[in-house]
Design a protein around this ligand. Structure first.
Ligand SMILES: Nc1ncnc2c1ncn2[C@@H]1O[C@H](COP(=O)(O)OP(=O)(O)OP(=O)(O)O)[C@@H](O)[C@H]1O
Length: 227
């Protein structure tokens, strides 16, 4: 794959939901391309389709029409197990609800994510130490999620999302529940991931966060437009 090719590409995405006779077009012909180094913010009012878009882009949901390609591999119309493998390999996913297993330490959560992504030496300590350092959690690696503060939890979740150095980091409202310092650190870390030739897509209501993006796209009634 050449450097100019998008890391993530969505073409003609449609997703419909039916309740009784009512039909909602949650996605309506969405086109999106994320190139290496790009930090893109998706904005849109509640119900505009952001969660549906992120789910379809990461293979958690299957669009009714259209195609998604990540790192040159088609993700759509694949068996669930294949989508899960591609998702673990190519995406880092940061959710508001968190992505930490409570029964594992921070270090073990990172190691698990690396193993799921097929990274060789998934539990090797040097890369995990470096990652903990990057999110200022070097001293908390052996602790369990329940003992972390809100800001530490957000940073640990980011470390897990970055564990396998994913081509595309997808974040849903990553700064909604964190203080200003943590927000700055999260945004700096996302920017550094882009600077390393990866791509970041963030769904947010925060104008502050969107200002840090290279490009803002807006969802309205399932359609995506550049701002
Ligand atoms: N499983 C579902 N069944 C029926 N309708 C759904 C389903 N999921 C989403 N929708 C509808 O699709 C539209 C888009 O929803 P979505 O959750 O993607 O919006 P959103 O922009 O993420 O909203 P919010 O910012 O409030 O999280 C809404 O009208 C929603 O009611």
């Amino acid at each position: 794959m050449s450097a100019a090719e998008p890391l993530l590409e969505a073409r003609g995405l449609y997703r419909f939901f039916h309740i009784g006779d009512d039909e909602t077009a949650a996605l309506h012909g969405v086109e999106l391309r994320l190139r290496p180094g790009e930090f893109v913010a998706v904005m849109g009012p509640s119900g505009s389709g952001k969660s549906t878009l992120l789910a379809c882009l990461t293979g958690l949901d299957e669009p009714d029409a259209g195609a998604v390609t990540v790192a040159g591999r088609r993700l759509t119309r694949r068996p669930e197990a294949e989508r899960a493998r591609l998702r673990a390999r190519h995406f880092g996913i940061l959710r508001q609800s968190g992505n930490l297993f409570p029964q594992l330490s921070v270090r073990q959560n990172i190691a698990l994510q690396r193993r799921l992504a097929g990274v060789r030496g998934g539990a090797a300590s040097a890369p995990i130490d470096a990652l903990l350092e990057r999110v200022a959690l070097a001293h908390r690696g052996d602790d369990y999620p329940a003992s972390l503060s809100g800001g530490e939890t957000a940073r640990a979740a980011l470390a897990v999302a970055l564990a396998a150095d994913p081509a595309v980091l997808i974040a849903d409202e990553p700064t909604a529940e964190v203080d200003r310092d943590t927000e700055d650190r999260l945004l700096d870390t996302l920017a550094a991931h882009c600077a390393a030739g990866r791509a970041v897509l963030v769904a947010t209501h925060s104008a502050e966060l969107a200002r840090r993006a290279d490009r803002i796209v807006r969802l309205r009634d399932g359609g995506l437009t550049d701002v």
